[in-house]
Design a protein. Sequence first.
Length: 293
Amino acid sequence: MQIKGSITALITPMADGHVDEKAFRQLIDWQIREGTSGIVPVGTTGESPTLTENEHKLIIEIAVEQSDGRVPVIAGTGSNSTQEALCYTRHAKDAGADAALIVVPYYNKPTQEGIYAHFRSIADDIDIPILVYNVPGRTVASITPETLARLARDCPNILGTKDATADLTRPSKQRLLSGHAFIQLSGEDGTALGFNAHGGTGCISVTANVAPRLCAEFQNATLTGDYNRAMQLQDRLMPLHLALFIETSPSPVKYAASLLGLCRPDVRLPLVEPGEVCKQQVREAMVHAGLLN
């Protein structure tokens, strides 16, 4: 299993308050046809905080079934409760997911020792490849490169990280601490160019929900060292990277997906559809990227 390139942090299509299974299956097939090299169901972009336990598990099962081994499925299984994260991670393994993406525990504000114990407990209990997801803008708590290196050293199944800090010094620091084999994926589309230049090998991308082919081409360019081509694609995609975060994600990207006929723009409260200013900027960025006329 190779975890690299453009990996899509999948939205969860919804209709009338319920998961739209048909649209979700069609989205997965389209992503794979367009060159996406992996999918992440029920991460932040999948609205995991407002899904029920049954919905969370069902979405992982659908993703595994629909992808049918064509690309790795990295299931979002994190929680601020270690016991709940254990439950979701165990289910992901049983469902056939290739790996688990586990976020640093949010709201509780654990110490580095608490963060270490959280991940160590899960890694010791469940034999599945794990990526540690660091997104302090959402969680407040942040794992240090030193704690992450300690986990990688002590837990053979902790293989890498999704880094959404936008701190471009981190991949170089982490490489020095954890070695070149440790997988480093950007979790921030706009800085993925610099992240890969520092030794990253991919991005778990929001933008790839609506521009999977362009994001795949961009990642392939960086991984083959063609930074001239990567820069051209970056300039084409950058307005969209920015527009999709004018309001809280995933509301803007769901609106963007609705413009392509992929799903309805529905989000679950407390999220709401983006305002008109945001919608206009999303449309303009999609035209700039060549996704809309």
